[in-house]
Design a protein around this ligand. Structure first.
Ligand SMILES: CC(C)=CCC/C(C)=C/CC/C(C)=C/CC/C(C)=C/[C@@H]1[C@@H](COP(=O)(O)OP(=O)(O)O)[C@]1(C)CC/C=C(\C)CC/C=C(\C)CCC=C(C)C
Ligand SMILES: [Mn+2]
Length: 310
């Protein structure tokens, strides 16, 4: 179980930078094999930095989502925020933070996306419904769009894409919106895949305005009713998520070349979850939509081709 660190006063000597990256590597490999495998396609310098970011995000998410979430309060997140400030000031307070301090020094990045993610996790402490898509979008930006901004700071951009004559007059394209779009698409996908699990915890992320549009009630959702109203509602949600994937795809060619393959691979895997939901006749309540390992492996050469030519 992940825990907040002991208080500063009781802090023991921290591990070395290498040992800390190893802790982060273990954490990502344990929680998310697919993310972990995608990071192996990155250069040796960038890979551990992504692990450090992942570990910070995952530990934060576990505070509000994991087994110890019952004892997480807004004050816990205040503490986490103070710890973040300390990381950016160069002072790690626990063994995982040692790697992140090294990462933010080697790959200068803005602290704001990290603060925004804490704000997103805070929303999970007091909200279990979203009235409109605009409200849900803010949540998705905070808990997932921010990951795009953090990761791109490490993966880097390749400005040689901006050398065509028509760029001379303009600012080079900065793919911030596309970076965020991939996080949004991924989060919308998570929401559709986990709809049953979330309902069992009393949570509904699908905007209530959408439920109303398809004449589907909260009670129907808690009862796991799969009928034509539900199928139409899900088709609508899936189409929306795919719009964000399409937007994200347009930004990948602006990434430094070693980042394009892993990002294509990750994108194809997440968007594949939507197709599995369709194949399951939209029954996300009792059938967990997952992409089998062989299919993920099969998509790697296609992801590579796309990373070379698109
Ligand atoms: C130009 C362009 C397209 C650039 C690409 C930018 C890029 C690499 C974007 C990555 C976007 C992305 C993969 C976002 C992940 C979002 C995510 C998984 C959010 C999860 C939130 C809470 O959701 P929930 O509780 O429903 O999920 P679980 O069931 O608990 O999983 C998060 C859990 C927040 C915490 C996020 C993470 C732990 C993921 C961090 C991932 C990385 C740092 C790796 C990204 C790197 C690559 C190579 C794809
Ligand atoms: Mn979670």
């Amino acid at each position: 179980m992940l825990q907040l660190p002991e208080s500063k006063a009781r802090m023991k000597t921290l591990v070395s930078v290498d040992e800390s990256y190893e802790l982060c590597r273990h954490l990502i490999a344990k929680y998310s094999t697919t993310f972990y495998l995608s990071t192996l396609l990155l250069s040796k310098e960038k890979r551990p930095a992504i692990w450090a970011i992942y570990a910070w995000c995952r530990r934060l998410d576990e505070l509000v989502d994991g087994p110890a979430s019952a004892i997480t309060t807004p004050e816990t997140l205040d503490l986490w925020e103070q710890q973040l400030e300390s990381i950016f000031a160069g002072h790690p307070l626990d063994n995982f933070d040692v790697a992140l301090v090294d990462t933010v020094q080697r790959f200068p990045m803005d602290i704001q996306p990290f603060r925004d993610m804490i704000a997103g996790q805070r929303m999970d402490l007091y909200r279990s419904r979203y009235e409109t898509f605009e409200e849900l979008y803010l949540y998705c930006y905070r808990v997932a769009g921010t990951v795009g901004l953090m990761s791109t700071a490490i993966m880097g951009l390749d400005t040689s894409n901006n050398t065509a004559p028509w760029y001379r007059e303009q600012q080079p394209h900065n793919p911030t919106e596309e970076e965020i779009a991939l996080g949004i698409a991924k989060q919308l996908t998570n929401i559709l895949r986990d709809v049953g699990e979330d309902a069992r915890r009393g949570r509904i992320y699908i905007p209530l305005e959408d439920l109303a549009r398809f004449n589907y009630t909260e009670q129907d959702l808690f009862d796991g009713i799969v009928d034509d109203r539900w199928r139409s509602l899900m088709r609508f949600q899936i189409a929306r998520a795919r719009q964000f994937y399409r937007k994200a795809e347009k930004g990948i060619s602006y990434l430094a070349s070693d980042g394009r393959w892993p990002v294509w691979a990750a994108l194809m895997h997440y968007s594949g979850i939507l197709s599995v939901i369709e194949r399951n006749d939209f029954n996300a309540f009792t059938k967990r939509a997952y992409v089998p390992q062989w299919r993920k492996l099969r998509s790697l050469p296609v992801a590579w081709m796309r990373s070379q030519v698109l």
